[in-house]
Design a protein around this ligand. Structure first.
Ligand SMILES: Nc1ncnc2c1ncn2[C@@H]1O[C@H](COP(=O)(O)OP(=O)(O)OP(=O)(O)O)[C@@H](O)[C@H]1O
Ligand SMILES: [Mg+2]
Length: 276
């Protein structure tokens, strides 16, 4: 039987755990509320543009020719914006569904990375940036991934590197194989690294020589709907979902993603995925 002191101690610990769980829930709730408020704001802008263009066309049925074509183009662009936001919300929601099954295939990493890189080289959006591919010499690494989702992660990182840099900036995709090391958390006996000795990780980095991220913003970049100070500058598009999606996809593959950055110098995003 437990003594009175032990019971009191257990009660104190249970209370502490309950209040921590409560705080976590509160934080998640605040994050969710902020996400909804930001997203409804982002959805409203293209909706307003569409509504007023339709109203204009109804009021002035005489509009024809070049002006009519320009208004249709504007509506088309706004519809594309809406679709892009809805796709991102849908993907983020799906990635957080614990029952989601990824369409994994076992494959060599190099062809996947090369194909992605060459498609960016051929993409006119990247004109004005210097794209570099830096794969470890003779690299061979098999991974078991959902290729479409991994390409989505790389694409989000490349589009960010483009968006948050200026003409002439370099964007480098590099990859190498590293040994997996289990970090010692300081509790209990130090684990023998032997069981993991043969396990490898594929380390992929996307480095840019762009604007960089301030030390205040850096801890928040993977949060849903977070946008840094500079990215709120008019003219720079985005909804703060790309990195949250990248993190979610990487973690669903049993991997990890991190960012290092120096303001004014550039950023490097690193993904580590388990090799087969
Ligand atoms: N390569 C980068 N260089 C500088 N800042 C970056 C970089 N990548 C991300 N950031 C900062 O992190 C924020 C979050 O990035 P994220 O990709 O999640 O959203 P976004 O680019 O603003 O919008 P979205 O990707 O949804 O279109 C950005 O708004 C920007 O402030
Ligand atoms: Mg982005």
């Amino acid at each position: 039987m437990l003594s009175r002191e032990e019971l009191e101690q257990a009660l104190v610990e249970a209370n502490e755990q309950l209040s921590q769980a409560n705080e976590r829930l509160l934080r998640q709730e605040q994050e969710r509320a902020a996400l909804f408020s930001n997203l409804s704001h982002d959805l409203r802008a293209p909706m307003t543009a569409l509504t007023s263009t339709v109203a204009l066309l109804r009021e002035k049925p005489e509009i024809r020719g070049k002006e009519y074509g320009e208004l249709l183009d504007l509506m088309n662009r706004r519809l594309k914006d809406l679709n892009a936001i809805l796709d991102d919300i849908f993907l983020l929601g799906r990635m957080e569904d614990p029952d989601l099954v990824l369409n994994r295939e076992e494959m060599e990493a190099v062809p996947l990375l090369e194909e992605f890189f060459y498609s960016c080289e051929a993409d006119s959006r990247f004109q004005g940036r210097i794209l570099k591919l830096d794969l470890e010499e003779g690299m061979e690494c098999r991974i078991c991934v959902d290729p479409g989702k991994i390409v989505r992660v790389l694409d989000n990182l490349f589009v960010n590197a483009l968006r948050y840099s200026e003409d002439g900036a370099e964007i480098t995709l590099s990859a190498r194989v590293i040994p997996k090391v289990t970090p010692y958390n300081g509790e209990g006996e130090c684990p023998d690294p032997a069981p993991e000795r043969d396990q490898k990780l594929l380390q992929i980095s996307v480095r840019d020589t762009g604007l960089g991220i301030s030390p205040e913003d850096l801890p928040h970049v993977f949060e849903r709907s977070f946008r840094g100070d500079k990215s709120r500058t008019p003219g720079i598009e985005g909804h703060g979902l790309g990195l949250a999606i990248a993190k979610s996809i990487t973690e669903r593959h049993g991997g990890a993603i991190r960012c290092e950055s120096t303001e004014g110098e550039g950023s490097v995003f690193t993904i580590e995925l388990p090799a087969v």
